[in-house]
Design a protein around this ligand. Sequence first.
Ligand code: ATP
Ligand code: MG
Length: 558
Amino acid sequence: MEIINSSKENALNFIEEIIEQDLKSGKCKSVLTRFPPEPNGYLHIGHAKSICLNFGLALKFGGKTNLRFDDTNPSKEEVEYVDSIKNDIKWLGFEWANEFYASDYFTQLFEFALILIRKGLAYVDDSSADEIAKSKGTPTTSGIGSIYRDRTIAENESLFLKMKAGEFPEGSKTLRAKIDLGSVNMHMRDPILYRIKFFPHHRTGNQWCIYPMYDFAHGQSDAIEQITHSVCTLEFIPHRELYDWFIEQLELFPSKQYEFARLNLTYTIMSKRKLLELVKENYVDGWDDPRLPTLSGLKRRGYTPESIREFCDRIGVAKRDSLIDMSLLEFCVREHLNKVAIRRMVVFNPIKVIIDNWEEGIVEELTSENNPEDPGAGTRTIPFSKELYIEADDFMVDPPKKYFRLAIGRSVRLKNAYIITCNDVINDEKGRPRELHCDYIKASRSGNDTSGVKVQGTIHWVSIPHAIPIQINEYDRLFTSENLALEESDFKDFINPNSLTINTNAFAEPSILESEMTDRFQFMRKGYYCPDKNFTKEKPIFNRTVTLKDAWAKISKE
Ligand code: ATP
Ligand code: MG
């Protein structure tokens, strides 16, 4: 697999080319696509790619997209998942034409099965799942026909009706298509169409005790809805022959399946089964843990729908599997947040500064833009007083020549405020700097600087009497392995032990308390942050979306 960074082009992707042809040739009059999630987990960034593609195709060609839940496996499906999927698609910015469920078609699918039985193209098999798997043969040797393969049509119909009526125990019988046990395509070797399952369904309750297999439900659901272009991922290529066979035998609307490469991202996993494992075994804080590649996790992390759509657009639609660099996703959100994020000053690891020549008790309200990239974002006031916090890192006892921040005898500009000069440092009992004594230059106020003093460094700060203590969750990659697919041991062996660092020693300017849940922030010189879902004015918690610069790219080059 190659690692792709970006491949933005304006040319049509291969599916768009097919659609353009189909419209030109009159093969179809309008475009109807669908997004078909199984409600057995939360959506992830891979699904976002499929959503952007399916909805994007319809938008591009003036068509429509259905949302169809592929809910044919009741034991894994839940209403919670249905609701989260709908929320996530809306959040991404797409509207479906119709909300359908494969379970809406259970009666129709049952009738399709009867049609196949009556055509002599399906039979009830009493073999166990194991026996069926064994008798299927191997890719190089033919399968062996079950002893039940030649049951009469009447017998098959009667047995199938009894299966539906609940007269047989689970696992005792299946309905199979009678196709070709010698086919080179294993999926054509008498695939199972129905199995018995005494399990209540999230929508049909106890109405059914036989459920159609994915292959028997998917294509026919497409055909019932008259989907013109049914787009799925590459692993369904071998299913296509079966997809077409059902449509042909049942004489249904000729939906067609097209396959594209699924999205794989470095340093993460995309399988719902594995994500569920992380959630159930408490490796993460729920499906919306900001370290997960789920859409709800990305949202809680501060990702914007715009940045995710841009990412899906940049990676394009390929016919070959690839691994996309996580830094591309981070690049996309950084680029969008730079345009929309409100700037705030937050000190992450404070040291105290006392402005000796500032009068005790005086507070000056400074005004500053919320976002220099967006004049429409307005301004805020920032209180300035005698006692301030700055980052401990912005002071050095014994600085090198090119250090442009604070040291004894050196000057620096406080962002949006004044130039200060450090005169003295007071250490704590362990000899670490505890308090810096500085003087400010009155004529140096930002926006109205007549001092003539030039300094090279600008640092952020917070007024101590006005400082708001906040909690900051710093998130990092969830896994330490770039490509988990290549690892031999369990994926959980590669969980990054430092994927979350909680900082409770941070202080923000007071306007932070006015944060709305939808606000996106740039904490100056630090990165992009958003309020966590547990944010309250009493306990303000922020999540790091992404750093200002790509720290990983730097580390991997060093
Ligand atoms: P999993 O195998 O992890 O359960 P899935 O593919 O079965 O995931 P579905 O709910 O069936 O999940 O997916 C809905 C749609 O999203 C399908 O059309 C599927 O092909 C597509 N999809 C799922 N994962 C990806 C991915 N990583 N990249 C692109 N499309 C994806
Ligand atoms: Mg699937």
